[in-house]
Write a protein that binds this ligand. Structure first.
Ligand code: ATR
Length: 285
């Protein structure tokens, strides 16, 4: 029986939940895997990836801080990887000897939103943050035709960089319904009934003190709050503790983590695992 040689590379990597999630998928699907977490320095990155695949590796997950630089060793990029300039999954085709770069983060977010009945179609979606995590979800959200994707960031200048990167998404042709804009522009042009339906936190704000956001973000009691982060101790996060004063519809990023892992597993093995796994099992040592 084939055993897949897999892993996740990052730095730090000790706290990665990916080995646990993939071992649950492997057990569930009866597929043999050897999935290890590898701490890799930036200076060793390219050599590590090449050696891993030359020595029989089938697939790698890539996490912080290597999501951009891992592209230097990839031979082919998916459309979304080209759009966002970063990858979280590498696969190796042993007949062509080529390394393929994919990103499953955005699709993982959308899959979890669907599972949780969070509407993206026709919604006004506010993304807090303008870093790699924010950019990784924009194309897939856009593909689900929201009314608008609104960006806000502590450092305002960085918003323009993201707006420019996704200029195709920004297009105001009727076929591309979603406008990509910033919060100031949304605020200026909104009608009184035009509110934010979904707030997605992609920042690390709140991990060194309580979360707060300085701008008015036009929420109502029906607004849904989703944090891409999670913590191992309880289901809340600094962002969700702050959000709970406005809404009782608050979600952490565990569902997205499971879904992006499932999509990577499927890319490598061709088998779709069941994403309905017991979250407690992931956290059990
Ligand atoms: P990632 O790849 O996880 O997105 P990143 O690219 O370093 O990481 O981006 C981190 C994001 O969190 C940025 O949007 C950052 O805002 P700045 O661009 O102003 O740095 C945001 N962030 C981090 N700490 C923050 C804080 N205390 N308050 C508000 N935003 C914060």
């Amino acid at each position: 029986m084939k055993s897949y040689k897999l892993g996740v590379i990052g730095n730090p990597i000790e706290h990665s939940l990916s080995p646990k999630i993939h071992s649950i998928f492997a057990k569930q699907t009866n597929i043999q895997i050897d999935y290890q977490a590898y701490k890799v320095d930036g200076s060793d990155l390219e050599l590590f990836i090449e050696d891993f695949f030359k020595s029989g590796g089938d697939g790698l997950n890539v996490t912080v801080p290597h999501k951009i630089n891992c592209l230097n060793v990839a031979d082919e990029y998916s459309t979304d990887v080209k759009a966002i300039g970063a990858a979280n999954t590498l696969s190796f085709n042993k007949s062509t000897n080529k390394i393929y770069a994919h990103t499953t983060d955005g699709a993982g977010f959308v899959a979890d939103a669907i599972k949780k009945d969070i509407s993206i179609f026709d919604a006004n979606i506010l993304i807090l943050g303008a870093g790699g995590a924010a950019q990784s979800i924009i194309p897939m959200i856009h593909a689900k035709h929201p009314a608008s994707i609104v960006l806000d960031n502590r450092t305002q200048e960085k918003i323009q960089t993201v707006l420019d990167r996704f200029s195709l998404v920004k297009s105001d042709e009727p076929s591309t319904r979603a406008q990509l804009t910033d919060l100031k522009n949304f605020s200026k042009h909104r009608s009184l009934t035009d509110n934010i339906n979904l707030v997605i936190n992609t920042t690390s704000a709140g991990f060194d003190g309580p979360f707060s956001w300085n701008e008015d973000i036009f929420t109502t009691k029906d607004t849904i709050f989703y944090d891409l982060s999670y913590n191992k101790i309880d289901s809340s996060t600094p962002f969700l503790s702050w959000a709970s004063q406005y809404s009782d519809q608050c979600h952490n990023g565990i569902g997205m983590l499971i879904n992006q892992a499932a999509l990577s597993f499927e890319l490598w093995t061709g088998i779709k695992p069941d994403i309905n796994i017991d979250e407690n099992e992931i956290f059990n040592e």
